[in-house]
Ligand binder design. Structure first.
Ligand code: IMP
Ligand code: MG
Length: 175
């Protein structure tokens, strides 16, 4: 079936909002260093754009987890595909995600990372779909956009591994 992508958030809107959130993080972490944890693959575009706009000292690490099959529904099973390279002991950790949907991935990850004794853990997401939340205990510290319950792609987000490279956020429409 052919898909059409309807623009939900333009490249300009996303860029503007990332600058605002970066400004807030710079103020909140003033005088401290932040250790960004990029959740692959979806978080990579957002992490790069955000990191470029941070003025506090930044270190970066990457983790790859899989919680979805090739469809659009959460399987509820979180698997670590690639773990972090560096320890978290004493670090001010900021997890950077593309989207928080059911919250299952993050609930699992936060529990896991907390055991590694970071000084703090905060969560930053490009998109949040609060209507879909199953894990209510997941609280987001920095959200760029709250969106309705629609399946979106672009800016790192995929549909069956496609469309990650779109410079905007779009909704997949079957036609
Ligand atoms: P959660 O565990 O249900 O919160 O799912 C989080 C992960 O599901 C995200 O990191 C995405 O990889 C994927 N996901 C959830 N909603 C969407 C969507 O609308 N488009 C693309 N991927 C999504
Ligand atoms: Mg993801």
């Amino acid at each position: 079936m052919a898909e059409r992508i309807r623009v939900l958030l333009s490249e300009e809107e996303v860029d503007k909002r990332i600058r605002e959130i970066a400004g807030k993080i710079n103020r909140d972490y003033a005088g401290r260093a932040v250790h960004l944890i990029c959740i692959l693959k979806g978080g990579v575009f957002f992490t790069c754009e955000l990191a470029k706009r941070l003025t506090v000292p930044v270190s970066l690490d990457f983790m790859s987890v899989s919680s979805y099959g090739s469809g659009t529904e959460s399987s509820g099973v979180v698997k670590i595909v690639k773990d972090l390279d560096q320890p978290l002991e004493g670090k001010e950790v900021l997890i950077v995600e593309d989207i928080i949907d059911s919250g299952r991935t993050l609930a699992y990850l936060i529990d896991l990372l907390q055991k590694r004794n970071p000084k703090s853990i905060r969560l930053c997401t490009l998109l949040d779909k609060p209507e879909r939340r199953v894990k209510k205990q997941v609280t987001v510290d920095y959200t760029c956009f709250t969106i309705p319950d629609e399946f979106v792609v672009g800016y790192g987000l995929d549909y069956d591994q496609k469309y990650r490279n779109l410079p905007y956020i779009g909704v997949v429409e079957q036609q």
